[in-house]
Write a protein that binds this ligand. Structure first.
Ligand code: ADP
Ligand code: MG
Length: 606
């Protein structure tokens, strides 16, 4: 036997393929581990050894029995992602507050002047009021006094409560009014002002206060004033309850934070403000493409952000900061839940933000150092194989049903790498910033999650709602029943369904909302990058000249990304699908397989 291993060291994953060269080329096994250390550094050797060991174990041989190990001439591209908020919602003089406690009471919309519970007795006539109840009053006396006030004919249309007993108070009332509780800074609620309280039925969301025209109706706002309340209504979308108070002097502003300008250097130099949003940035980028480098205006947020990327890349690759050139960026519009400045109950508003993925081309990665170390550790001859993109094409062509000319899209963790091979076998390739990691970052920040791994799980698995301890309903509506009861802590939760595990998602977001965020994050990154990639490598930059696209890489394993890309490409008459390397590996192992094939061909002299 003459055994050869191909090793692909990626940003996220290290993959191995082993074949026997004895008679014909016969692939025997493969393996996959997480890449150790940054791609292109000697730290990778540990992961490579692990992957080799695993593959060799599969065929019961020690590593030293290998005849040769081929590693890739890793493309020196490293991706990184960062994010910057560009709006800030500020409430001065606590004009209007939005609030979303867990357990509101009652239902409906109430409007009226804010009045303390103690002062209800001085109210007469048919003036409508919203009653404000501090924590110092227990729920029983609060309910009793509200009921007495009802009897006296006082028009109480809603209540705002400091404690968390909205439901218990509501249960004791003779008349149902909307009640919002857990308003922490109740002493700051302005008295004698017009306020509106809205509570939706369980499972529903508010409709009046989350609509700018609803607010305008309730508060009789002019068109000019209505413009100012847009940030409030937007912050309330999706809430089950809210209270909004209007004071004459107060002001709510959505301030656009000048986040600084990106300076894109390519065929010419373009400056573009981050606050103009992703499409303006990407447009500006296409006008100077191909890029030589990117910087940010000194002393601004984006300036700091770009310098951080450069610095980290410099440290990791042991290069001077000046040598680090940013060769591509992908800007994506996103939003980040942030505490409202000056709010009364720790309200959150969804502030606009721009996320940037940057890709750095370092000078050639020190693959020789890795090769030497690997050879020392294994006592096997280590060869540095061909260019990564060419290897990926060779590997992808082992997918049944494919032929040249062909485009492969390697959708990995840090970058989207694409290559076009023409009829005669010439390969053209390009790399773009932004891939799987950016999607995970968007999901994490838009849902306000702390845990990166949870966001990664949300990306990879479908959602379900635990409807009872014996059944769950998947996001597509299908139901799954269980013989044994589920853990009671899962009851009524939104969960991620992994192979043999259900992970509850610790947010208040509805299942539908999480699904939308997940899908949009994927589409914003991958659909955009697919079009960019194909425009760059297609003959004459015309997508219609391309017939076949094969998707490879970790993100091609995603349960909806390949479908999204195919849908988009069907508009251009392009056939697109996930690769199936050697008819066996799915979209994985393309580069490792290509390395082995390339070495085999070179030995045979073709
Ligand atoms: P690289 O070549 O850069 O090492 P990979 O091809 O291994 O990258 O792809 C890594 C990316 O693939 C990560 O962002 C990871 O989240 C994503 N990924 C891996 N498995 C899946 C899956 N089953 N569903 C969706 N994404 C996945
Ligand atoms: Mg890869």
């Amino acid at each position: 036997m003459k055994l050869v291993a191909g090793v692909d060291i990626g940003n996220s994953t290290t993959e191995v393929a082993i074949a026997d060269f004895d008679n014909n080329l016969e692939f025997l096994t493969s393996s996959m581990v997480k890449t150790t250390g940054l791609k292109g550094t000697v730290d990778n050797v540990m992961g490579v050894l692990l992957a080799l060991k695993e593959a060799c174990q599969n065929i019961n041989i020690p590593i030293v029995k290998l005849d040769a190990i081929c590693i890739n001439e890793a493309t020196p591209v490293i991706g990184d992602v960062a994010m910057e908020t560009i709006t800030e919602t500020i409430i001065t003089e606590s004009t209007m507050i939005g609030h979303n406690p867990d357990t509101p009471g009652g239902i409906g919309v109430g409007t009226g002047k804010t009045v303390f519970l103690d002062e209800l007795e001085y109210i007469h006539g048919n003036e409508e009021v919203i009653c404000v109840i501090p924590k110092s009053i227990d729920f029983e006396s609060a309910a009793k006094r509200l009921n007495e006030a009802f009897k006296k004919g006082i028009e109480i249309t809603g209540a705002v409560i400091q404690g968390d007993d909205g439901v218990i108070i509501s249960n004791r009332l003779g008349r149902k009014i909307p009640i919002v509780d857990e308003v922490a800074y109740i002493d700051k609620v302005p008295m004698g002002m017009l306020a509106a309280v809205e509570v939706a039925a369980p499972g529903k969301t508010i409709k009046v206060l989350s609509n700018p025209y609803g607010l305008a109706t309730v508060f009789k706002l002019s068109p000019e004033e209505t413009k100012h309340v847009i940030p409030i209504s937007r912050a309330l979308i999706g809430n089950r309850s809210a209270v909004v108070i209007r004071t004459p002097e107060g002001d709510v502003k959505e301030r656009v934070i000048p986040a600084g300008k990106l300076i894109l250097m390519g065929t010419k130099e373009n400056k573009i403000g981050i606050e103009e949003g992703s499409s303006a940035i990407m447009n500006s980028l296409s006008k100077v493409w191909p890029l030589k480098d990117v910087t940010g205006e000194a002393g601004t947020n984006v300036g700091g952000m770009i310098e951080r990327v450069r610095q980290i890349m410099g440290e990791l690759t042991e290069q001077e900061i000046e040598e680090i050139k940013i060769q591509d960026i992908l800007a994506v519009d996103t939003f980040i839940p942030q505490k409202v400045q000056g709010g009364l109950a720790e309200e959150f508003a969804l502030e606009n933000a721009v996320a940037l993925a940057a890709m750095v081309k370092t000078s050639k990665l020190p693959m020789e150092t890795i090769a030497k170390k690997l050879q020392m550790e294994t006592n096997v001859k280590v060869l540095i194989g061909g260019v990564e993109a060419n290897m990926a094409v060779l590997g992808a062509l082992t997918t049944p049903g494919t032929d040249k000319p062909l485009v492969i899209l390697d959708i990995g963790g840090g970058s989207t790498d694409s290559a076009y091979i023409d009829k005669r076998g010439a390969v053209k390739s390009i790399h773009h910033a932004g891939a799987g990691e950016m999607v995970t970052m968007l999901i994490k920040s838009e849902l306000g999650l702390e845990d990166y791994n949870l966001a990664e799980d949300i990306k990879k698995h479908p959602l379900a709602k635990v409807e009872s301890l014996f059944n769950i309903r998947y996001e597509d509506g299908s139901v799954c029943f269980f013989q044994k009861p589920l853990d009671s802590s899962l009851f009524a939760r939104n969960v991620i369904v992994k192979k043999d595990e259900m992970i509850p998602i610790p947010t208040k977001h509805t299942l539908e909302k999480i699904k939308i965020i997940r899908r949009e994050a994927k589409s914003k990154v991958f659909v955009t990058n697919t079009i960019r990639a194909l425009r760059d490598i297609a003959p004459n930059h015309d997508l219609r000249t391309i017939d076949f696209v094969v998707l490879v890489g970790g993100s091609a394993l995603d349960f909806e990304i390949p479908e999204m890309i195919s849908d988009e490409l069907s508009h251009y008459g392009v056939v697109c699908g996930s690769g199936n390397i050697r008819g066996a590996e799915g979209p994985r192992n393309a580069v490792a397989t290509g390395l082995v094939i390339s070495y085999y061909k070179s030995l045979r002299g073709n």
